[in-house]
Design a protein around this ligand. Structure first.
Ligand code: TEU
Ligand code: CA
Length: 522
């Protein structure tokens, strides 16, 4: 089995992980300081969100130079040291490959902006007038520059690269080779299924993302992925996971099929859409049955995949799918489900200690560009300020970006407001509490790694009555039954087998709120 098939991935958002020099911004030396912590947790692979030179409009997802490190995070020597020290602990690093767009601060774009005859002009996508496409960040996808417009599926400071240009594809291959030669293990590829635009014609009107049909999962997109694997990745022992917006199980199977040689895993979103209507800004009441349905659908459709409940774009899972009143029980239930399903588990920084959504009270505490763009769109649609503030503060990505809570005193002048619950939800307390969420993650990771059923076994849904998720994992003559009450209510369910691991200290004849356990089936 490859490392990514049996290991645990831990995502680090460098700006918010650990600040080693007291400037309120996370940095690479700060990550190096925590490698032993990650090793003890059971981490095998780190997914490092972009540390590259960037104006930080989108905290690094707006790259200004793929070959330089953001000086706020440290130097290239720090990066080399991080790769080396991680490897010494048998921890491999995958970098974030952001090639759908660059920052408008990138020198390629500065050259392109000099005029139509500049050799870098068609590194980007230009039109004489806008079309009706809608941006992921709200509003139009076109920004005027002199007498033309350039395309930006995201923020206007993130200009889409033109993957029709063979020079751009060559640049991408050079970037990948540079980082792989430094000893990284592969890439998480940002929005990797929208990088090739078939046409720039008007799109069919949609509630959001008009124009999608011209660039989502195009055939040429698949061909480019095959080319990157053939010409670069296959020269190394690598791991690739593609972030694929709106991906269907069929598209995921195509992207991950071994014989197609495109990606190893994809990051799908269906289970992340269960608590909103149409798009994340329109929150609806979370119903666990929808979560179970989405998880079961993808477990049944794919032989393997990326498993996650959190990342740097998603509000905190214990705040969305658990309940603060049952903080430990619900966070541990989510951990037990995440680490029992079939696939490669991804843990996001802070998830292992049950970090919650931020305690933001107003928009001016929010730093996320997407959130501010959406505020402007909402105001243009005349959504009343109070209502819009409520919508925004529920769904902002900054909930995932509050500084990692290492101890109760917290960070010195942090770049983003830290949650006052750092007073009791922090690593230091968790290490001392044998019953902490952190210690449960360690136990559960250890259990998973020693279980053929969980690392190699089949998946089968047994039942989901009354929002109790019951599924089987089986391998050869072994069989485990995983039981998770995904609600804050008592539920009638009992099995008489011995419990192997549970988020409660004992077992009774029914399920208590968020009670979850694993039993062996004889
Ligand atoms: O996100 C892609 C994307 O679709 C985002 O809109 C994200 O899914 C959404 O905010 C979730 O609600 C990737 C990166 O993960 C994100 O941080 C970047 O802002 C974006 O691409 C542009 O690079
Ligand atoms: Ca710092």
């Amino acid at each position: 089995m490859k490392l990514w098939e049996k290991g645990i991935v831990y995502q680090i958002y460098p700006r918010s992980f650990n600040d080693s020099n007291g400037d309120g911004i996370g940095d690479l030396q700060g990550i190096i300081q925590k490698l032993d912590y990650l090793k003890e947790l059971g981490v095998d692979i780190i997914w490092l969100s972009p540390p590259y030179l960037s104006p930080n409009n989108d905290n690094g997802y707006d790259v200004a130079d793929y070959y330089k490190i953001n000086p706020e995070y440290g130097s290239m020597e720090d990066m080399d040291l991080l790769i080396e020290k991680a490897k010494k602990r048998n921890i491999r690093i995958i970098m974030d490959l952001v090639i759908n767009h660059t920052s408008t601060e990138h020198w390629w774009f500065k050259e392109a902006a000099k005029g139509k005859d500049n050799p870098y002009r068609d590194y980007y996508i230009w039109r004489d007038k806008k079309n009706n496409w809608g941006s992921f960040f709200g509003g139009t996808t076109w920004e005027k520059l002199d007498d033309q417009y350039y395309l930006h599926l995201f923020d206007k400071s993130q200009a889409d690269l033109n993957l029709k240009n063979p020079k751009v594809i060559k640049e991408v291959k050079d970037i990948m080779t540079y980082w792989l030669d430094k000893g990284i293990y592969g890439f998480r590829m940002d929005v990797i299924n929208v990088i090739y635009k078939n046409s720039l014609e008007n799109g069919k009107r949609r509630f959001v993302l008009t124009g999608l049909e011209h660039y989502l999962s195009t055939e040429r997109n698949h061909e480019i992925l095959k080319e990157l694997r053939r010409d670069v990745l296959d020269n190394y022992d690598t791991f690739t996971v593609g972030e694929t917006v709106l991906v269907t199980p069929k598209e995921a199977l195509d992207l991950m099929a071994k014989e197609r040689k495109e990606l190893d895993l994809v990051i799908a979103f269906e289970h992340m859409d269960v608590d909103h209507f149409n798009n994340k800004w329109f929150k609806i009441k979370y119903k666990p049955k929808k979560m179970i349905k989405a998880l079961d659908k993808w477990q049944t459709a794919l032989p393997w995949n990326c498993l996650y409940f959190e990342n740097h774009d998603q509000p905190r899972s214990v705040s969305r799918f658990g309940l603060i009143k049952y903080h430990k029980e619900s966070a541990k239930m989510l951990a037990l489900v995440l680490l029992s399903l079939r696939g490669t588990p991804f843990i996001y920084q802070g998830e292992e200690i049950g970090m919650t959504n931020g305690d933001f009270t107003s928009l001016d505490e929010i730093m996320d560009k997407e959130t501010h763009n959406v505020w402007k769109v909402g105001r243009k649609l005349l959504i009343p300020k109070r209502k819009l503030t409520k919508m925004i503060l529920k769904a902002t990505r900054d909930h995932a970006r509050t500084p990692m809570q290492w101890d109760e005193k917290g960070w010195v002048n942090p770049w983003l407001k830290q949650n006052k619950n750092k007073s009791h939800i922090n690593v230091e307390n968790s290490l001392k509490d044998k019953d902490s969420i952190l210690n449960f993650y360690k136990k559960m990771i250890e259990f998973r790694k020693n279980s053929h059923c969980l690392t190699k076994g089949e998946y089968k849904l047994i039942s989901s009555k009354k929002d109790v998720f019951v599924f089987e994992r089986s391998f050869e003559n072994e069989k485990l039954l995983i039981v998770a009450n995904m609600t804050n209510k008592e539920r009638p369910f009992n099995v008489n087998n011995d419990v192997l691991i549970s988020n409660y200290s004992d077992k009774i004849s029914y399920l208590r709120p968020y009670e979850a356990y694993i039993v062996e089936v004889k």
